[in-house]
Ligand binder design. Structure first.
Ligand code: NDP
Length: 619
């Protein structure tokens, strides 16, 4: 029996698809800002504290480190942890995880806002469940549970001994004289590292909306990634914001974060203004406890099988007869299309016909979600403004049962700033919208992260210089240039992770585990074989990129019709910057199989190998 709520989408013949599509395009057009990414204010300079200050844990003084290590991993979030665990498995113990947070977790360390939960099936999303024997309590786990699980993983793999917390890497310079990287940090560390792995995650640095008069406002301001419980009351895991009962609060943004926060602000604040430029898609939550008997009965390998099934449903295509194990917001379109095909006896449809069916189903699902707003929000004008008009995956889909009803509270008002493309301005006492000033005590930025901006701005590392001092920022200014998405010519012994020119799995941690395995293989083979330097040759890199581009799937038509966001480089189609980088068009599992064949061949083909003996003595 399906666990998914049987809410049914309206049939296609009851939807005027051309008219809705025209509305989608109009909604996109009125939001496109010519400033695109430049509209945002970075959390550097006078706003650096928003990024750098840790409101949760004090920075403990320590002496700078000046030694040598095999590997420096920049990051101790999911990606940095997965790489570290795989290095351990490959027999490399001598490494550091360096992170500016005070513990493992990355985004799950920093984000402690009220209502924080994962929007993905925890049985896929939370990594290494079989290895750690951990059963997520619910389908959608709370942030506090996910961070606790990060600590379990770190203990399981013995990562605490190797962690340098509250430390920001500032300089990374290749030294050909000793064939090592010099890694400098804001704590005065000067570490010599044989290898460096950049594992900072795609949504690491908070950004601020560019609003006129930002510095005029005299009230309280903070970003959701650094929640100030001191000000609001409550604490992480106990979202009772009692100190807001006499406060007028505004929150900017209605993305995945704000959707989770708004119900708590509406419940506790004296007055809440929700400032919305583009509405999210918000389905019902249907959260539920994990059944321990079901969990205990799972066969070996169940998590990877579930992740693969989820990936098919969310990002590729379910095979004929393949069940949808995850059954939630992410998989509805695939599940429905497969049900249609099953009813027709599995006709052999072309990719174009499959895409057409998906598109029609997309309109039907979005129509259902818009009807959900009408059913839950009393005021018709507010309901209309909350309806999302774009295709399903133009923004990160959300699920929440309390967001819409919050707008029925007398103390909550939606401020729809779509027409003005953002707030008019801030003043000393509040904000101005359509000429009217609204007084507030507190302004909360749920304004997201640097995702598609230039890498130097996103990464916050002053220098990453490879051979001849070449900056990675310059080398990649017009796009990634990699071998296997993980190494680059001119940057010996350096590994990149995440969404570059690699496979992208719908479950991030799966991508990171597999990348960690590949990096662990190359690094450990180099050490075993007495190789000082591994670096892709120019020819191998060119051939890799040529193949990647020859099999690329062009989804620009879909993406460019979306309302602007970091999913489509804020609507700026002139630059190809996408959260997923340039993904491997043949699919994630084809990419993985390709890497596995490469490792099994054991030749490290495409890499130039400089033996340890060629090391020049240090001066
Ligand atoms: P987003 O980037 O998704 O949202 C930022 C919000 O700020 C948008 O609503 C945006 O509007 C709004 N905004 C920006 N500038 C202005 C402005 N000048 N005036 C008004 N509004 C403005 O950030 P989130 O923190 O919500 O989410 C980031 C990502 O983090 C998610 O996409 C998801 O990947 C992840 N996340 C995951 C969760 C999980 O469950 N696993 C939970 C929370 C977040 P507009 O859309 O018009 O640009």
């Amino acid at each position: 029996m399906s666990l998914y709520n049987p809410t049914v989408c309206p049939p296609a013949d009851q939807i005027d698809i051309p008219a809705i599509r025209a509305k989608y395009l109009a909604e996109r057009d009125r939001r496109i800002k010519k400033e695109a990414n430049d509209q945002y204010v970075p959390t550097s300079g006078k706003y650096a504290d928003i990024y750098e200050h840790d409101p949760y844990n004090p920075v403990v003084p320590r002496d700078p480190i000046t030694g040598e290590t095999d590997v420096v991993i920049l990051g101790a979030g999911y990606c940095g942890m997965m790489v570290a665990a795989q290095l351990k498995k490959a027999g490399i113990d001598d490494f550091y995880n360096v992170d500016h947070g005070g513990d493992f977790g990355g985004t799950w360390y920093w984000n402690r806002y009220p209502g924080i939960q994962c929007d993905n099936d925890a049985l896929c999303y939370m990594p290494l469940l079989e290895e750690t024997g951990y059963m997520p309590s619910r389908k959608f786990a709370d942030g506090i549970e996910i961070q606790a699980h990060c600590r379990i993983i770190a203990k399981h793999f013995g990562l605490y001994d190797n962690a340098l917390f509250h430390t920001l890497i500032k300089t990374v310079n290749w030294d050909p004289a000793i064939n090592r990287w010099h890694v400098g940090t804001n704590r005065g560390d000067q570490i010599k590292a044989r290898f460096v792995v950049l594992a900072m995650g795609p949504l690491n640095k908070p950004k601020l909306p560019g609003i006129l008069g930002m510095d005029d406002f005299k009230g309280k301001m903070f970003h959701t990634a650094r929640w100030d419980y001191e000000y609001t009351g409550g604490e992480w895991g106990r979202p009772e914001l009692e100190k807001l009962k006499d406060k007028r609060v505004a929150i900017i943004g209605t993305g995945a974060t704000a959707v989770q926060v708004v119900p708590y602000l509406g419940k506790y604040a004296k007055q809440l203004y929700v400032i919305q430029r583009t509405p999210s898609t918000i389905d019902f939550r249907n959260n539920r406890p994990t059944d321990p008997e079901w969990f205990a009965a799972q066969p070996d390998g169940w998590q990877n099988a579930r992740i693969e099934n989820f990936h098919h449903a969310a990002m590729e295509r379910l095979s004929p007869g393949e069940p949808d194990l995850v059954e939630d917001i992410w998989t509805e379109i695939s599940r429905n299309v497969n049900a249609e095909l099953e009813a027709e006896g599995w006709p052999d449809v072309t990719p174009e016909e499959f895409a057409r069916r998906r598109e029609v189903m997309d309109y039907r699902v979005m129509e259902r979600l818009r009807a959900r707003v009408d059913a839950m929000v009393n005021d018709p004008e507010t309901a209309e403004a909350l309806k999302p008009y774009y295709r399903y995956l133009c923004k990160r889909p959300c699920s929440n049962d309390d967001f819409y009803p919050t707008f029925n509270r007398p103390n909550v008002k939606l401020i729809d700033v779509a027409e003005t493309q953002g707030l008019e301005r801030l003043t000393e006492n509040g904000f101005v919208h359509k000429g009217e000033e609204y007084e507030i005590d507190c302004l909360i930025f749920a304004s997201g992260y640097e995702v598609t901006n230039d890498l130097d701005r996103r990464w916050g590392i002053d220098v990453i210089a490879g051979r001849e001092g070449l900056s990675i920022y310059d080398y990649w200014r017009e796009g990634f240039q990699t071998f296997q998405g993980m190494m680059a010519h001119n940057f010996p012994n350096m590994f990149f992770t995440g969404f570059t020119q690699a496979g992208a799995n719908a479950t991030n941690s799966k991508t990171f585990i597999d990348q960690g395995r590949h990096i662990g293989y190359i690094a450990s083979e180099a050490i075993k074989r007495g190789v000082a330097v591994v670096e892709p040759t120019q020819e191998a890199q060119d051939a890799y990129i040529a193949h990647l581009r020859s099999v690329a799937v062009d989804n620009s038509a879909y993406v460019n019709e979306c309302t602007p966001s970091y999913f489509n480089n804020e609507g700026d189609a002139t630059k190809k910057r996408h959260i997923f980088g340039e993904p491997w068009g043949e699919g994630y599992y084809a990419f993985e199989a390709m890497l596995q064949r490469w490792r099994e061949a054991g030749e490290l083909k495409g890499l130039s190998l400089t033996p340890e003996a060629a090391l020049e003595p240090a001066e």
